[in-house]
Design a protein around this ligand. Structure first.
Ligand SMILES: CC(C)(COP(=O)(O)OP(=O)(O)OC[C@H]1O[C@@H](n2cnc3c(N)ncnc32)[C@H](O)[C@@H]1OP(=O)(O)O)[C@@H](O)C(=O)NCCC(=O)NCCS
Length: 115
């Protein structure tokens, strides 16, 4: 199965919302996110074009079936921390996250990792 990591941007950020909401119980802040709240988060906290010193990289996991998961990395001078590690229920157990983590670590190499 073809798997790609596509960085979140203004044209695709809404695709992360259903994945977050299906997996909401796995987040510390476990309330379902509305469309407006998601837009505000993107515009004020994430937007790659506005955030010049970006240290948080958020990716959609895409397969031939479209967006099936998310994965993000929060970086600082000492380590990388993986976040938003989610695959839609229907697509679990097919090796998608194993491949996505491998791809993420290649994109952001040579640091210690945590989750
Ligand atoms: C955890 C999750 C991301 C795994 O994604 P996936 O694409 O199904 O994972 P893979 O198919 O690549 O499986 C990777 C390995 O993890 C194991 N695994 C998957 N889910 C697991 C779980 N809930 N508990 C224990 N092991 C699990 C698999 O058996 C596999 O092991 P193997 O290689 O020895 O066979 C997915 O189940 C998910 O989105 N869960 C809900 C959110 C979550 O728990 N996120 C992680 C922490 S916040």
């Amino acid at each position: 199965m073809k798997i790609e990591l596509i960085q979140l941007d203004k044209d695709n950020y809404t695709e992360a919302l259903p994945i977050r909401n299906e997996n909401v119980k796995y987040f510390f802040d476990s309330h379902p996110i509305g469309v407006l709240e998601h837009e505000i988060w993107f515009e004020t906290r994430y937007h790659p074009q506005k955030n010049i010193n970006q240290s948080y990289f958020f990716y959609l996991i895409k397969t031939d079936d479209g967006t099936v998961g998310t994965i993000a990395v929060d970086t600082n001078s000492y380590w990388h921390i993986m976040k938003n590690v989610c695959v839609l229920r229907k697509y679990r157990g097919k090796g998608i996250m194993t491949k996505a983590i491998d791809m993420l670590m290649k994109k952001h190499p040579s640091k210690d990792w945590g989750e």
